[in-house]
Design a binder for this molecule. Sequence first.
Ligand SMILES: *[C@@H]1O[C@H](CO)[C@@H](O)[C@H](O)[C@H]1NC(C)=O
Ligand SMILES: *[C@@H]1O[C@H](CO)[C@@H](O)[C@H](O)[C@H]1NC(C)=O
Ligand SMILES: *[C@@H]1O[C@H](CO)[C@@H](O)[C@H](O)[C@H]1NC(C)=O
Ligand SMILES: *[C@@H]1O[C@H](CO)[C@@H](O)[C@H](O)[C@H]1NC(C)=O
Ligand SMILES: *[C@@H]1O[C@H](CO)[C@@H](O)[C@H](O)[C@H]1NC(C)=O
Ligand SMILES: *[C@@H]1O[C@H](CO)[C@@H](O)[C@H](O)[C@H]1NC(C)=O
Ligand SMILES: CC(=O)N[C@H]1CO[C@H](CO)[C@@H](O)[C@@H]1O
Length: 340
Amino acid sequence: MSDDKATVVQKEDAHKAPRKRGCAGHCLKFWWAYLLALVVIVVIVVPVILLVAVPKIAQSKIDEAELTLESIVVSNTQTTNMTMAIESTIRTDGKVHANIDPFVGDMYLEDLEGHTSFARIEFPATTADALQTVSVKQFLNIDNMEAFTTFNTWLLANESFRVTVKGDTQVTVKGIARKYPVTFKKTVTLQGLQYFKGTTVHNATINLNPTQNFNATANIPNRSVVTFELGNATFHNYLAGEEVGTVLLTNVILRPGNDNNYPMFATVAQGPILKALGQKPYCENGGILPFQLRGKSVVNNGQPLPYFADALASGNQTLDIDIGGTLKKDTTIVVPCSAA
Ligand SMILES: *[C@@H]1O[C@H](CO)[C@@H](O)[C@H](O)[C@H]1NC(C)=O
Ligand SMILES: *[C@@H]1O[C@H](CO)[C@@H](O)[C@H](O)[C@H]1NC(C)=O
Ligand SMILES: *[C@@H]1O[C@H](CO)[C@@H](O)[C@H](O)[C@H]1NC(C)=O
Ligand SMILES: *[C@@H]1O[C@H](CO)[C@@H](O)[C@H](O)[C@H]1NC(C)=O
Ligand SMILES: *[C@@H]1O[C@H](CO)[C@@H](O)[C@H](O)[C@H]1NC(C)=O
Ligand SMILES: *[C@@H]1O[C@H](CO)[C@@H](O)[C@H](O)[C@H]1NC(C)=O
Ligand SMILES: CC(=O)N[C@H]1CO[C@H](CO)[C@@H](O)[C@@H]1O
């Protein structure tokens, strides 16, 4: 008992006494407590920070980062491979200094069940800087033709759609030697092409030959950040539900910007056209006919590109063409409204 009291008194004295002397007594007496605390810090707290807290922070920082795809450029397109270049930016709060290892990211359609990868992209090493540009340019072999065709179909058909980039990598946080595994997973919304809605035809010429009897320049509005090298694309050409010919667009490289003009060569059956021109409303509106186009083939420098052709074949695009005006300009044919 008396011993305990003495201890308490001594402790109170120690508080008032100068620090150094206090610690000398206090620390000596409670060396075991300090040792215990040190052991706790070294054995439990440090590992908990290093093994649990840091990886959690690293992963949450990666999760908070924002990815924007600035552009996707697909060039040197061949039947089973191509070159793909992606420009992206990653935005973070910049508070954590970390380095992210290079990794292979799978790209898939977020809103399609199965999340099947349509492209594997090799992302370079990055840091957790507030804003950085990440450029990737690589040879891309098409591992899954169906998945890549579906991606092109969604890009062509939709107003917008979501793509996810996902890959496992490691981060090094500044001041800590070890690497931590993290998952990089980002979903971005891309604008689609809406079957080239808004395409217009300019500088049309017409003649009465059996083939390539309608030529023009097609202007395709860009809506997406993609640049796709298609090459020569042909389309089925329908009028009022009936196939009336084919349309060829040559040397097509779709790109953002207002420069999407392509030479157009069409072979059109004259009978159904003249018949339509004699019917209402076309004999009254100057002969502007609503054609429908659906993809038939895509061939780039001799290589068929099924992943584009099948996407273009998935739906029809209506294209109004001023046949009446062109006929009047280039021929002497006049088609009055028929009795029917
Ligand atoms: C790319 O594809 C084409 C045609 O499918 C093939 O001839 C060529 O060898 C391929 N290139 C490489 C590097 O695999
Ligand atoms: C995109 O287009 C495809 C093909 O038309 C369709 O099946 C899919 O539901 C569309 N997805 C979205 C997100 O609009
Ligand atoms: C139409 O042709 C003229 C003369 O060849 C050319 O200057 C103009 O750019 C063409 N317009 C389009 C939309 O191609
Ligand atoms: C269309 O272009 C082809 C190839 O240059 C030519 O042979 C044909 O006469 C042209 N047709 C018209 C209607 O201008
Ligand atoms: C495209 O239009 C044609 C003619 O109207 C029709 O026969 C065909 O089924 C349509 N195709 C698609 C995919 O909508
Ligand atoms: C498109 O077809 C024309 C005529 O056949 C050919 O000269 C040209 O090389 C083709 N372009 C491409 C990119 O394949
Ligand atoms: C319809 C559309 O999206 N047009 C865009 C085409 O690209 C140019 C330049 O990138 C944009 O300014 C247009 O808005």
